[in-house]
Design a protein around this ligand. Sequence first.
Ligand code: AKG
Ligand code: FE2
Length: 676
Amino acid sequence: MELTLVGVFPPTEGSKRSAPETEPIASKRSKKPKQSPETAQAMTGNEPTQATNKFKPRRGEPPVWANTRQQINDALEWFHCMQGGAAHKDTKCTGFLVDGDNGDRSFMSDEVIITRIGGDCLKDNLNGNLNLKHDQSPNSVIAKSVMASHREQKPVGLVIGSKNQLLKVEIPHRYCVMDWFLITNVWMEKMGKYAGFRIRFEKLDLSTKGWWTEQGSDEPLPSRKVNRPPPERVCRDCGESSLQVYRKPGWMCLTRSCPRFWKFGNNEPTDLEYHPHFLNYRHPRGPDILNPGPLADLVDRNIEPSEGLADREEWRGIVCPHCRKCIQRVTWDAWDCSNDVKQGPQETCCYKVVRKMREISLQTVLERPKPYSRAQCSIEPVIDKDSLKPYEVRTYEMPGVGSITHFVSNAAINERPNGPNHLFSQLQKLDLGLRRYPLGSAQVPGTLTCHFAVNYGVPYKYVVSVDSKAFSDAPAEILTALTRLSWATEKAVTRVGGQYQPPNELLALGYFEQMKIGFHDDGESGLGPTIATLSLGTRSRMFLRMKAKYYLGISKNGIPTTDDPVLPGCLEEEERRPLLEAFKAGQITKKQYIEKLKALLVKKKGNAPSFLTLVLQHGDLIVMHGAGLQKYYEHSVHPDNGLRFALTSRYIESRDEEDLRKGAFTLQDNQIYDGQ
Ligand SMILES: O=C(O)CCC(=O)C(=O)O
Ligand SMILES: [Fe+2]
């Protein structure tokens, strides 16, 4: 098969023509070429956008669809991509989304799509369009992966989003899988001030019409229309060959480094019209193109065993064999088509696969731990092996901020009745109601957490819209964990001279293989300054770092942090401290302080490195104490591969009687933990 790459790399020797033409082709033409059905449909890509009442009847239905990005991401292995248009795997582009803003000159016909490669853009506040902020680099991951799939003729799965304005038919769901396509051309064009990549896709299977075409629309174009490639010319300045993408104004050099790049005569083009051969040409399908197989696996998972493990496969999404929606694993024990944060009003599918967990032995999750490089630690702990024996207690003091106390467990503690081993086994058998919730701070709405959670006691912000369960209705194991957490909280707080407040809330998190909790803080108004966590199951690492706004001293939008305490280890600490002191002493005004901070910190970006990494083993307890730890710092936890539970308790202030009732509990004598 012959696929053409134009305007990006110098073509190979063989593809250069010896005698470049001197005049642009189009200027020699006197007669306007006849438009093919395809070009008549959308010649420039700037046609009016579709209005709801103008939709034409659609030929078919999408083979797979989804309401959120994460649903497709979870269910289709060729579309692992939460942001941006292009999904890639092993340095090749595997999937591509064509949604709202595809840029000027976007084009879509039944079999050909021309769009741009996303990224490197800023949003125009006036019209919401995305504009390039600099030239796109051929070395970006996305450009390289697109070029690799083009070069290797690797079919790419296309997904269309309902914000797309180029189709004449209604797109029935927010995201709909189209079909496999080939990337036939990748080239550069000027888009506003800067140059970016454009990409042409061609439907792989030309023998059938896509579901997105108009009912009764023409069958595939006759061969005389599709076997004429667009003209190609060699630039007299740079000697590189470029295809003629545009009939109007005519041929232009598409080599970015050439002085004649994107110029017709001496000017940049203003009025562009695609060359009909560029749109209509269908690249011959050679024997090298590998059949990518079905777009999705449509197996009914109910024919499989009803018990599962906690491995990665178990929480991948599946495609509903009834309605073809991508279903996420939202609850601990089921794939359920009706369980969807963004369900549409017409959705009635009740397909469900119940998967109880087969008990996983502690031994299997504890064996073969991953090798770690030395844990990062810029604070030396005070180690106490005696006073709370058999625990070893490591205290990390952060003056003015708080402290972190790590109770290191061991086999003797873990094996005791009602101890960590017993809890790990029991939590697998109980129906705790663990589920993934939408992330409040997600950049992509509808994104679910990468772990399961359930809240007991006084409601906590984590479970935004969902009620917490009362401790009086909780299984005994939850109270058993709570008493251990209360014990650790009291010991840790009193050791650093703090005031102990018994916890009244417990958040249980469950992690399957490759799940984690990203950087966050546990701060909430009314939240006490102490947070205790019991780790069960596979080993994990807890990372702590300064929040970016305190580390950099400036927000992402370039606004200086005015409540900046200038924490030890922050960026430009030596310059920021005297500035803060001068401001506090009234030597400079707030305005001057902000201006000086801006001048010092403008362009600072990125995240703080972790200053503390704690390795949490089965049975260990961690207590974070001090409101400053949640205000200025954030933490994340990455379990090794395997099953893990984390039970975290806090004290939450509330005046709501119902909430307080949920947080009340009574313990039997044998439930009280004595530290053994
Ligand atoms: O999994 C863990 O150990 C941490 C849990 C956590 O950070 C939280 O519940 O807020
Ligand atoms: Fe947390």
